[in-house]
Ligand binder design. Structure first.
Ligand SMILES: [Zn+2]
Length: 94
C-alpha cells in the first residue's frame, strides 16, 4: 500500500527519517475474576487513588495505590482491582 499524497499535517507517529529504536516489550497482566478466572469485566464504577510510597511484593517502587471497583462480565462476581502506580517526581509524605 502506498502512502496517499496529502497536505494534512502529520499528527502522530515517528517523524519522517527518524531511526527505529529498539524498544522493550513489557508484559501486562490483566486482573482476573476470583471466581471464574475471566479477564472480562464491566467498566470501573469507582476509583480511589491514595498517594503512598512503598514497594510492590516483587520489589518495584510505587508512589500511589489505586483501587478500582468492577464486576466480572462472565459470572457477575464483584471485586476491587488493586494496582500500584509509580510517578518518579511524586513524593508521598508517608
Ligand atoms: Zn467471573
Amino acid at each position: 500500500m502506498s502512502t496517499p499524497k496529502t497536505t494534512k499535517k502529520r499528527t502522530g507517529g515517528r517523524p519522517k527519517g527518524a531511526r527505529t529504536e529498539p524498544r522493550p516489550t513489557v508484559a501486562v497482566a490483566l486482573s482476573r475474576c476470583t471466581a471464574c478466572g475471566s479477564t472480562r469485566r464491566t467498566p470501573y464504577t469507582q476509583t480511589r487513588r491514595t498517594p503512598y510510597a512503598g514497594r510492590t511484593p516483587d520489589g518495584q517502587p510505587y508512589t500511589a495505590v489505586v483501587r478500582r471497583w468492577t464486576r466480572c462480565e462472565d459470572c457477575g462476581q464483584a471485586r476491587v482491582d488493586l494496582s500500584y502506580e509509580h510517578t518518579p517526581e511524586e513524593k508521598p509524605s508517608n
